[in-house]
Design a protein around this ligand. Structure first.
Ligand code: HAM
Length: 432
């Protein structure tokens, strides 16, 4: 019986695992140097965690199940609700701001396509307990810090930024009812993903009034923060949101990443819980799906039964990122091939016991060592040593009877005999 892998999932063979580890190690390193602590949660949660406030799109993509006790559960499609739940549980004990990161495995029943799968990994950075836009700036900085770390510059990627608070205030000023906003966001979020006709059709379903619809279309053409006041008279809320956006750009400038960041009124975000600054990370030509996205969600903790605590953050998935890095030639160069410190070659089957004992000693000191299972010709064994990227080969032959090892440097080909005790004393000194 041959069973294929499930649609939209991946098998990680060692070479794929090397890429995944490279991405995850970079995420972890950059998170730590920006002052974030790691957390994780369960792979499944109560279904209503995700139906409550994640939005239509996520609900359609849920993998849900009923456990034996009849509880409705779902595999996590994102970790933000779990984070909100976990922080709520300890809200009084946690010093603020809470700066946490996570690299969860997530599942969404999306239509598998380039950069979108049904199971993926997502780097999450979140700052909880700070309402100042400085926290949004730091989250964005952390994303850019990572992108630069792996070799992507402003010509390769851009952070497109807008504000749900500004959009809400301006839409209300244009005569749109507050209770229509959420439905409208879902349509506006799709603006860049569909053609004009499809967009206008979707918009007409939400906004039958032609005049209002035209105003929204005009608003979505705005290219500069300064032009918003040309389209609508700014209420005090709208002015406040515009001022906040402007301040964000001043902070990003001070952090030295302004050339990565642009204002884009088309960034609305698909998830329902965003309340303020929102942003997405795209490849410069926008040929691919979004690399990442996030924003401020000041009501989510309260919604999950906690106090009102402001929060902001983002998620970057592994799929589009890997495609882009591969395209730019930044994967091959960066993903290190696995190496081993010592490969033990056995010149004669009768020395197998010594091979095993030397290999065991090397491993106990903390270095990596491998040996052959089948003693073939020395040439074959050395070939294997080189294919395993061994730094040194140790040939165990008759020298061992005099207490010596023949040590060959695989890079230079130089070989010399070393007394076993000297060899181990040296290893001990350079113990890892
Ligand atoms: P999101 O926009 O749904 O946000 O996802 C963020 C990123 O996760 C996407 O830009 C993409 O890189 C990756 N991603 C999403 N779905 C898939 C998929 N089916 N296959 C591969 N990659 C995917 C969130 O998830 C928010 N919870 C992020 C956040 C954290 N906001 C605040 N804190």
């Amino acid at each position: 019986m041959k069973i294929p892998p499930v649609k939209g999932t991946r098998d990680f063979y060692p070479e794929d695992m090397a890429v995944r580890n490279f991405l995850e190690q970079g995420w972890r390193q950059v998170s730590l140097r920006n002052g974030f602590e790691e957390y994780d949660g369960p792979i499944f949660e109560h279904l209503e965690m995700f139906t409550a406030k994640s939005g239509e799109e996520i609900v359609e993509q849920l993998f849900s199940l009923t456990d034996r006790g009849g509880r409705r559960l779902a595999i996590r499609p994102e970790i933000t609700p779990t984070l909100a739940r976990m922080v709520n549980q300890r809200i009084n004990a946690l010093p603020r701001p809470i700066k946490w990161f996570s690299i969860p495995r997530l599942c969404r029943a999306e239509k598998p396509q380039k950069g979108r799968l049904r199971e993926f990994f997502q780097w999450n950075i979140d700052i909880i307990g700070e309402s100042d836009v400085l926290a949004d700036a730091e989250a964005i900085f952390t994303a850019v810090d990572y992108l630069q770390e792996v070799g992507l510059g402003p010509a390769d990627v851009s952070i497109r930024i807008s504000s749900r608070k500004m959009l809400a205030a301006v839409l209300v000023a244009l005569g749109i009812d507050a209770d229509q906003l959420e439905g409208l966001y879902t349509v506006l979020d799709k603006r860049a993903k569909v053609d004009d006709q499809a967009f206008e059709k979707m918009l007409a379903e939400k906004l039958p009034d032609t005049k209002k619809r035209q105003k929204v279309i005009d608003l979505m053409q705005v290219k500069d923060i300064g032009q918003i006041s040309d389209v609508a008279e700014l209420s005090s809320e709208a002015s406040e949101a515009v001022a906040e956006l402007k301040r964000l750009f001043v902070l990003l400038e001070a952090m030295g990443i302004a050339d990565f960041c642009t204002f884009d009124i088309g960034i609305v975000r698909g998830l329902a819980y965003y309340t303020g600054i929102v942003f997405e990370i795209h490849d410069a030509g926008s040929r691919l799906r979004a690399i990442g996205g996030g924003g401020r969600y000041d009501n989510l903790l309260k919604l999950f039964g906690g106090p009102e605590v402001p929060a902001t953050g983002f998620g970057i998935g592994d799929c589009v990122l890997a495609i882009l890095l591969e395209e730019k030639g930044l994967l091959g160069r960066n993903v290190p091939a696995q190496t081993i410190d010592y490969y033990l070659a056995c010149a004669d089957q009768k020395y197998q016991r010594e091979v095993l004992s030397v290999a065991a000693r090397i491993r106990r000191v903390g270095f990596s060592a491998e040996f052959t299972y089948k003693t073939g010709s020395l040439g074959k064994q050395l070939k294997q040593a080189s294919s395993k990227n061994a730094r040194q080969a140790i040939i165990i032959g008759q020298e061992i009877e005099a207490g010596e090892l023949a040590v060959k440097d695989m890079a230079t080909g130089e070989q010399s005999n070393v007394a076993m005790e000297t060899f181990f004393a040296e290893l001990d000194r350079s113990r890892k």
